[in-house]
Write a protein of this length. Structure first.
Length: 318
């Protein structure tokens, strides 16, 4: 199964490379820089703006264009998945007890080991990668796969040259602070922590390997993702989403297919519904909100935009 998934990954990488070649054949003119922005209108004149975020960034993504700045200025509040800036500030002032309480969520309580939850090959590959980053000690074996995956992913992002500190949501949170807007949380840090801890080990087993193996091409993939965001190209976003779904949903293994179905339901389907409910609540409460969540949650037939339309709202591209 893993060889099949690896082959799919290579095929997708080639596809992305081809698309990047086509996209880079002409410079992205300022007039073409139009990240997708929607205006949601209620029957009583209520208005909300929705934009998809990418959680990593580069300087060329900013400043935002006039459409986005104008919409942002009209709003009293910014809604994000959770306020990562405030969360990081709080963590810097944690007591030792609070630090231990947070870390304990990611540690096996019964003397178990990650060696019992990852395949031998995946464990060896992950351990070798963390050693190369001077980030491994024997105590790491007490931590769950979600923690290992998070650490590995953070190092891979660092290697890519892109910066999570200038992802769209972080930039907007800082802008909201500067302009006196309230920052609302659609979810919470704890919700997202609990979510990552709920996924089947087999999901992390494959994802850890793919994340490590993707290092050489990750800058290219991030460049593609950011280019899609800059252009606001829904059709290309759909192509990417379909490619990733095909990559991860290998039908050869019934156990993995079931785990992936559960993962996709928790990560996307149920969260999209909950996000749409929160957005609906903001509108009904009369809040003027600039609503920003991961771009993958916004578009598509099960995305927030279509869910709000199903509730009777008018949703137009700006």
């Amino acid at each position: 199964m893993k060889n099949t998934i690896k082959n799919r990954f290579i095929a997708l990488a080639v596809c992305i490379c081809t698309l990047l070649t086509v996209l880079s054949s002409c410079a992205l003119l300022e007039s073409e820089y139009r990240p997708a922005l929607w205006c949601v209108s209620g029957e009583n004149g209520e208005v909300m703006y929705i934009m998809g975020s990418v959680h990593i960034g580069e300087e060329s993504m900013y400043p935002f264009d006039d459409r986005i700045n104008s919409a942002f200025e009209k709003c009293d509040s910014l809604a994000v998945e959770y306020d990562v800036v405030s969360a990081e500030e709080r963590s810097k002032n944690w007591t030792q007890e609070e630090q231990l309480q947070y870390i304990s969520q990611f540690i096996y309580k019964d003397g178990d080991s990650i060696k019992n939850h990852l395949s031998a090959d995946t464990y060896s590959k992950a351990k070798a990668y963390l050693i190369s980053k001077n980030a491994y000690s024997e105590e790491m074996d007490l931590f769950v796969p979600a923690f290992w995956h998070s650490m590995i992913n953070s190092y891979v992002v660092e290697e890519s040259g892109y910066d999570s500190n200038i992802g769209v949501d972080r930039v907007l949170i800082k802008l909201a602070r500067e302009t006196g807007k309230k920052v609302l949380e659609v979810e919470s840090e704890q919700f997202q922590t609990d979510l990552t801890l709920s996924f089947d080990d087999i999901i992390y087993d494959d994802s850890i390997v793919q994340t490590i193996d993707a290092r050489e091409n990750i800058s290219m993939q991030y460049a593609y993702m950011i280019d899609l965001w800059k252009r606001g190209r829904d059709d290309l976003i759909d192509v990417m989403s379909n490619g990733l779904t095909f990559l991860y949903s290998g039908p050869e293994d019934e156990e993995y297919a079931k785990a992936y179905e559960e993962y996709n339901n928790k990560m996307m389907t149920e969260r999209n519904k909950n996000m749409a409910e929160v957005a609906d609540g903001y509108i009904k409460d009369g809040k003027k909100v600039f609503f920003v969540v991961g771009a993958a949650h916004v578009c598509g037939e099960n995305g927030i935009i279509e869910l709000l339309r199903a509730k009777g709202y008018t949703v137009d591209r700006v």
